[in-house]
Write a protein that binds this ligand. Structure first.
Ligand code: GLN
Length: 462
């Protein structure tokens, strides 16, 4: 823990919103004492971890990258944090993110700009950009991120780390600041697939206090991944020989040129690796893949407009004092000062998409598309065990690119949002490096609750 704190101190990537060295050290001392008494080490004994600032950790500030939550210090641990702590992990601090996780570059945060350890003039991706940056920079071995439409996978890919978005409901989302509640997920970001397996195993499982939590047994991911890497096929160099891997036509033929050539090349190279590892590659089709981006943004903005109504300057965080003490004035002023531009715009668009007279054309239409996508995935997963596709169409943006053309950055989420809309698990693993030395990631998407297979494929490929 002391070593971690030294590295955090020396870092130049600005990945943290808050660090609590004192409590991390005292927790580490407590663990040391326990060890002297009991002898047995808990599985994550003394593991320093970072937690995205959208996730509640007891007695640490939780801002979600927003000024509106200035001064809010939750009195409880999110169940995922509680479980990691119980397994011996030590929380070092909270990591920076786009405001309420709305963004792809960590640039909408109220805090200072986090940068990419591979190139300090670029973004680490987002919204979990603080988590990906501090793991990639070697400050902590593991971090938690949250992913509504790609926020674990895309920053993992841009910073050259591994990120897992579990099946919707696999990890309790209680204690996560809600953005798009119907797709919000918490997951691990680490330097290896095996580490993601260890963290997922510690965090996953039913939470009766989260209505969307799944009541399904939690496999021993870490042990089963290890066994897989040591089975007969793996030892003979063909770990994927029983896997049917699907390739989406839409990602192989990039008619519109949205995919950077370096990303395309790395992805195509990885296909020969998959083949060499024994996988059977099968072409499948999800028509109009790109259009789901629109359905995603309509859905999450609508949900956000409702979820963010509770930040009224009365119950939590920032309260702007005004001459006029009436509640309505306090609410309007606090929200006006507390929320940033992007969040305000999304609340307005979401309110519009839900309003009488427009909801049929926008919100309800988006839900119909979501249902169509789910049946497309069902059809595809009858033919294959998992799908592979690039995680993002480009490498890390330069700082400022998001502001220059916001709609383009929304569209660049096209490869991560489909799994989100259908609640499917998806793992991003590094698959190459561009001529400019920027990491490129590959995404493996699976059936609901099929995280084990994704981890096995990822570990076999890695
Ligand atoms: N970039 C997407 C958005 O802004 C995804 C963000 C996320 O997954 N939290 O909504």
């Amino acid at each position: 823990v002391r070593d971690t704190l030294r590295r955090v101190e020396a870092s130049d990537v600005h990945g943290w919103c808050s660090v609590d060295g004192e409590s991390a050290l005292s927790r580490a001392r407590e663990l040391d004492k326990g060890r002297a008494n009991e002898g047995d080490l808990p599985p994550l004994y003394g593991l320093p971890i970072a937690v995205k600032d959208t996730i509640s950790v007891r007695d640490m500030p939780c801002t979600g990258g927003s000024r509106v939550l200035e001064g809010y210090v939750p009195s409880f641990d999110a169940p995922c944090v509680e479980r990691l702590k119980a397994a011996g992990a030590v929380v070092i601090g909270k990591t920076n993110c786009d405001e309420f996780a709305m963004g792809s570059t960590t640039e909408t945060s109220f805090f200072e700009q986090t940068v990419n350890p591979f190139d300090l003039s670029r973004t680490p991706g987002g919204s979990s950009g603080g988590s990906s940056a501090v793991v990639s920079n070697g400050e902590v071995p593991a971090a938690l991120g949250s992913d509504t439409g790609g926020s674990i996978r895309q920053p993992a890919s841009w910073c050259g780390v591994v990120g897992l978005k579990p099946t919707y409901g696999r990890v309790s989302r209680r204690g996560l600041l809600a953005y798009g509640s119907s797709t919000d997920c918490i997951g691990p970001m680490c330097t290896s697939v095996e580490d993601c397996a260890i963290l997922l195993e510690a965090m996953a499982g039913h939470d009766p206090l989260d209505v969307s939590s799944l009541d399904a047994p939690v496999p021993e991911y870490a042990k089963l991944v290890d066994q897989f890497l040591n089975n007969k096929e793996s030892l003979s160099g063909r770990p994927l020989s029983k896997m049917r891997i699907g390739l989406l036509k839409e990602t192989l033929d990039d008619g519109e040129g949205r995919m950077q050539p370096a990303v395309m090349a790395a992805f195509k190279d990885s296909l020969s690796v998959f083949k060499a590892l024994g996988a059977e590659l099968i072409e499948v089709d999800i028509p109009n893949l790109k259009e789901y981006c629109a359905a995603y943004y309509i859905t999450v903005m609508s949900e956000a407009s409702s979820n963010l109504a509770k930040y009224d300057g009365i119950r939590y965080g920032l309260r702007t004092s005004s001459e006029d003490p009436r509640a309505k004035r306090v609410m309007v002023d606090s929200r006006e000062t507390g929320f940033g531009q992007e969040v305000k715009q999304r609340i307005l668009l979401g309110t519009f998409a839900l309003s009488a007279g427009y909801s049929d054309a926008y919100y309800k239409k988006a839900q119909k598309m979501r249902a169509a996508l789910a049946s497309n995935f069902e059809r595809v997963f009858e033919l294959v065990d998992a799908l592979i596709l690039p995680t993002a169409p480009t490498t890390a943006y330069r700082l400022g690119q998001f502001k220059e053309n916001k709609v383009e950055t929304y569209i660049d989420d096209l490869l991560t949002v489909p799994a989100s809309l259908s609640g499917l698990p998806a793992l991003s693993v590094p698959c190459g490096i561009s001529a400019e030395d920027l990491p490129i990631g590959l995404q493996i998407v699976g059936k609901p609750l099929d995280e084990l297979r994704l981890l096995q494929i990822g570990a076999g490929y890695d």
